[in-house]
Design a protein around this ligand. Sequence first.
Ligand code: ADP
Length: 262
Amino acid sequence: MSEQSSTEPEEAPSEKITVRNVSKAYESTQALYDISFSVSEGEFCCVVGPSGCGKTTLLRAIAGLDDPDSGSVLVGEEPVTAPGLDRGMVFQEYALFPWRTVRGNVRFGLDRPACECADCEARVRELVDLVGLEEFEDAYPKELSGGMKQRVGIARALAPDPEILLMDEPFGSVDARTRDRLHAELLDIWAQTEQTVVFVTHDIDEAVTLADRVVVMDADPGTVQSTISIDLERPRERTAHEFVDYVARIRDELGSPVDGRY
Ligand code: ADP
């Protein structure tokens, strides 16, 4: 490798997202306290932690939907100050427009949602196909199952071709079989798009199924307890002893669940 000249940066930044000393309080609740971690370009990062530990608050700070009280979030080297088309967000409760069809909801994710030019039409069709809803493109959300609604949410978030996909417990409301299918579909999409993904969940199995790396959070105040790399080939077999070992390790980090839930 050639030596770098003194005018070049010493090392090209490989981190796509950097969360640096982020704190955020809501009145008397310290939702996040001095959170620091980074996500590499193209990495699939899951954030797990007990309910109320600040996972959603953290994701919203990365999305630029809420400002931290202190600290900063960088995308590449740019500080996040507002939402942007470089970051697509998928919400837990779908957040679809009930008066828009599948196509209409997906179209809303585009940079120019009112545009009906051939390119935009083709992009909407491509996204509807990508999430396997071609037969339902004219259906309204109330006609769709939970899994289908979340496919629409994913297609809408992917519409502007964001570099980063932020997902807030997206499969929390779907049944176990549908969730397994959605995991496989999401990993296929991720392999095709090479996006950087931050995926929030309280489900340890889900995190170990999906992630390159798991950020384990602790509550009250919300802090990063540890980060664990998941060094397993995909697709992952939940009964494999390495998988079970990772789940046990994360469970150990989290301590005992409350009412059966983390
Ligand atoms: P998680 O996603 O891990 O369940 P949240 O980020 O939703 O956690 O919330 C972290 C803490 O901040 C919780 O105690 C929650 O009650 C509180 N909180 C979140 N949003 C608000 C808000 N808008 N106003 C007041 N408190 C909030």
